[in-house]
Write a protein that binds this ligand. Structure first.
Ligand code: NA7
Length: 549
């Protein structure tokens, strides 16, 4: 096996590495580069897909596009990489991001240490040796001192939780596992369930070509225009000229995105007309900056209402049919409490004659039939149904692996009432198991590339530090873990995030504990905390020599 040092003593078939990484998205790729190329460790990646890219490998649905400006949603660790790569659009589309992921893999010669088409079934900690034993679904066994889960936050797609889901005899698609060659919807009758980012991007892109499109909406979403377009050369030039300063600013910011600087005043301290102008200016600029106009929008309900009214008016102004506009307007939660969508003409689509909207709160789906979808009101027949129903976010991918720590404790059981981590990086009882952008870290509330780099660097530095001191084990203490979880909850409790049934809270998966999973404290504050912990000799962790070391 590439990268393997030889057969293990406990099993003739086992491959042995210093570190095993699960997942070859941006996190797994950078982790491999750090451990192998910078530190000279033997590291190996297991990846379920047939190529690199993670989220961007799987989510090939029409219109899939990042909602953060391209130059900001890219690696910063290599100046040469950054200078050689040219993004073509303000917000890159999935094919270009996947091309970038492949470019990174080629450039750093990563593929030779990645096993593709290989899904990890279990990761078991062996207390006698202090090693992790990884088993893949196709029967490979590998052991390593360190196991790094780079499994992604939005990688476990929900399976349709709708009666009759398997009965439909036409074409069925899921945005999260879209066919590689694309799909021709020309003149077809298409039904789509789900109006999150994936649904909104798909709807907007296929609406011009389908014969008829019926959108089944359970909860309307707030969406703001991206104003996407070719990336202007002067922006790229400016970025490259000031990249160090910009990167520093990103790392020290709230969510790792530069354009999100709020005004200094609070929302209601600004005169109404000026407030409107601020919102208008940000709406015209495009993207998330509208949601970040004032620092209290995510905390103060009255402030939040101002922005809700602004966006509601925008929807009414765009959608010609007042009834459809009303159904498209969110009324049950604060703006930003569910992930804000960034679109390219989404609300405009409902002015097309071939597009209609079904409000599932008024007429719920009763069942999927062999020919289409039956709501409480009527039957709809389709050639194709698209499921854009989201993910078992943040914990789903980990939950689908049988992970066991000390005493055979299953992570699934430990997390039965919600995820417990120290810093979103490690779990007490699971020594040397690292999570990249795990629950309890800023992760999905931030620019993922910024958070991934921070975690990978912290983990790599930690492993190096252990090696230099001839230590081989690091484990979060139960006390540090409890304290961190309490802090994560406390910070979230002070925000409006708690007022929506979002995937941040696990509310989109029946039976999942309602716990706010990401850390709202901000990437800059969080980075400082992580650095401080490391500087204080890994405060909150126990460091030790492994049994056989
Ligand atoms: P999301 O944002 O979770 O959206 C899923 C959508 O599917 C959402 O509108 C759901 O309604 C809807 N849904 C889920 N299950 C059902 C059922 N059973 N019936 C009807 N409608 C349903 O996932 P996305 O893939 O769009 O986006 C995920 C993230 O990727 C996004 O936030 C960006 O960060 C990128 P609900 O709101 O639960 O009522």
């Amino acid at each position: 096996m590439p990268g393997a040092k030889g057969a293990g003593a406990e099993s003739a078939a086992a491959e042995i590495y210093d570190a095993i990484i699960v997942g070859a998205g941006f996190a797994g790729m950078y982790m491999l580069h750090r451990l192998r190329d910078d530190m000279g460790l033997s590291a190996h990646v297991f990846e379920a897909g047939s190529g690199v890219g993670g989220t961007w490998f799987w989510n090939r649905y029409p219109g899939a596009r990042v909602d953060i400006e391209s130059q900001e949603y890219s690696f910063s660790f290599s100046e040469e990489l950054e200078k050689d790569w040219h993004w073509t659009e303000r917000y890159s589309a999935q094919p270009e991001i996947l091309k970038y992921a492949n470019h990174v893999a080629d450039r750093f010669d990563l593929r030779r240490d990645i096993s593709f088409n290989t899904r990890v079934a279990s990761a078991i900690y062996e207390e006698a040796t202090g090693l992790w034993r990884i088993t893949t679904e196709d029967g490979r066994i590998a052991t390593a001192r360190f196991c790094i889960m780079a499994t992604g936050c939005l990688s476990a797609a929900k399976t349709p939780d709708i009666p009759g889901a398997g009965q439909f005899e036409g074409e069925t698609y899921s945005t999260a596992t879209w066919p590689t060659g694309g799909v021709d919807f020309k003149d077809k009758k298409v039904g789509i369930i789900g109006t999150g980012s994936s649904g909104i991007q798909t709807i907007t892109t296929i609406a011009p070509e389908v014969g008829e499109l019926v959108v089944f909406q359970r909860t309307p979403n707030f969406s703001v225009p991206a104003h996407n377009g070719p990336l202007k050369p002067e922006i790229t030039r400016d970025w490259l000229n000031h990249r160090e300063a910009y990167r520093k600013e990103q790392r020290e910011s709230g969510v790792g995105i530069l354009a999100l600087q709020p005004r200094e005043e609070l929302t209601l301290d600004v005169p109404e007309q000026e407030r409107e102008q601020e919102f208008e200016m940000r709406w015209a600029k495009g993207g998330f900056c509208l949601g970040a106009a004032f620092a209290d929008l995510g905390i103060d309900p009255a402030a939040n209402n101002e922005l809700v009214s602004f966006v509601t008016e925008k929807i009414r102004g765009i959608v010609k049919d007042p009834e459809t506009a009303d159904r498209l307007t969110p009324k049950t939660y604060p703006i930003g409490a569910k992930r804000l969508c960034v679109d390219t003409g989404y609300f405009e689509v409902y002015n097309q004659d071939n597009v209609s909207l079904v409000d599932l709160t008024a007429t719920p789906i009763e069942t999927i039939t062999s020919t289409g979808i039956r709501t409480s009101e009527r039957d709809y027949d389709f050639d194709a149904i698209i499921f854009a129903i989201g993910f078992d976010a943040m914990t789903g991918a980990l939950d689908r692996i049988d992970i066991r720590g000390r005493g055979g404790l299953r992570l699934h059981d430990k997390w039965s009432a919600g995820p417990l981590t120290y810093l979103g990086l490690m779990v007490s009882g699971f020594p040397n198991l690292f999570l990249v952008t795990g629950p309890g870290s800023p992760s999905v509330l931030s620019n993922m590339l910024v958070s991934i780099e921070q975690h990978v660097d912290w983990i790599a530095d930690c492993i190096q530090n252990l090696g230099q001191r001839q230590l081989s084990t690091i484990e979060a203490t139960p006390a540090a873990e409890s304290e961190w979880v309490a802090h994560v909850n406390e910070v979230a409790a002070g925000t409006l995030y708690m007022q929506a049934n979002s995937w941040y809270l696990g509310a989109n998966v029946p039976g999942k504990p309602r716990v706010f999973m990401p850390y709202v404290g901000g990437v800059g504050v969080y980075r400082e905390k992580c650095d401080e912990v490391a500087a204080n000799d890994y405060e909150g962790f126990e460091l030790a020599r492994a049994p056989d070391a």
